[in-house]
Design a protein around this ligand. Structure first.
Ligand code: MG
Length: 266
């Protein structure tokens, strides 16, 4: 699309994972399967009734300690869960997984490898679309809003998932970049962009805070994925909070109409 065609158009940045589709659900299945495998290997099960939060305690402790954050190697989770099942609290289990690897976890390294392979297979599964996404995207697109998908994950993966769900037609582009205040500022300075621009996302720290700092109107759609490092919602102060994507689309389209009518457009 050329610069001219952007003339006077509203921009909506949209986060992908857990905003458009249920990546969290895919991870939950993979994590619970990993827990079962490690329980079988260790010979006993966690006493915790919330099995997913047991896994995620170790998962988030690893992410906080690892330079790759949530993209740490899954074998560390397998080993960390083994330590946690043997009684370590999440932070200690994560540290030991990192420092001791599988040597003292009691799990055979080849089994750890197998469990890691399985985990990777599971997280490659196609996530379901979240409620209101297809309808919301369709209406934004029909309303002439430029939709830019912004991801800190892999761009190809986003395009592939969008393609499977038949969504790529709605997207002006898919951008793989850190969601920084500077990035949002730069885009608003492009010629013929109709301000304010919008940002829709499920993470306060990653999606909402930098967009808000750059002066975008922010729409927060909380997802089930709430890492323990998420800041307080009131402190970040998203402009809007909605339950699902199409309600966010309504807000953007309403602003579009107001701006249009003030310029005497239909
Ligand atoms: Mg997200």
């Amino acid at each position: 699309m050329t610069e001219e065609e952007h003339d006077g158009r509203r921009i909506a940045f949209v986060d992908a994972d857990n905003t458009l589709w249920d990546t969290d659900g895919v991870f939950a299945v993979a994590q619970l399967n990993l827990l079962e495998s490690i329980e079988r290997a260790v010979g006993h099960s966690t006493a915790r009734s919330d099995r997913l939060s047991f896994v995620r305690g170790v998962d988030q402790a690893l992410a906080e300690q690892h330079h790759l954050g949530l993209r740490y190697p899954p074998r560390l989770l397998a080993i960390g869960i083994a330590f946690a099942l043997r009684g370590d609290e999440a932070g200690t289990a994560a540290k030991r997984a990192w420092a001791e690897r599988s040597t003292s976890s009691g799990i055979d390294p080849s089994l750890v490898e197998q469990i890691e392979r399985e985990f990777v297979q599971y997280i490659r599964r196609m996530p379901d679309l979240l409620p209101g996404v297809r309808n919301g995207l369709q209406r934004l697109f029909d309303g002439g809003v430029l939709i830019l998908v912004l991801t800190e994950g892999a761009r190809n993966r986003v395009i592939q998932t969008a393609d499977q769900h038949g969504l790529n037609q709605f997207f002006d582009r898919v951008i793989e970049a850190p969601k920084s205040e500077r990035l949002f500022q730069r885009v608003q300075k492009l010629a013929r962009v109709r301000l304010p621009a919008f940002m829709i996302g499920d993470q306060l720290q990653r999606d909402i805070a930098p967009a808000k700092a750059a002066g975008l109107v922010t729409i927060y759609i909380p997802s089930r994925f709430r890492p323990q490092w998420e800041p307080d919602e009131a402190a970040v102060g998203p402009d809007y909070r909605v339950e699902q994507f199409d309600q966010g689309a309504d807000i953007i389209l309403a602003t579009n109409q107001q701006a249009g009518s003030s310029l005497g457009r239909p």
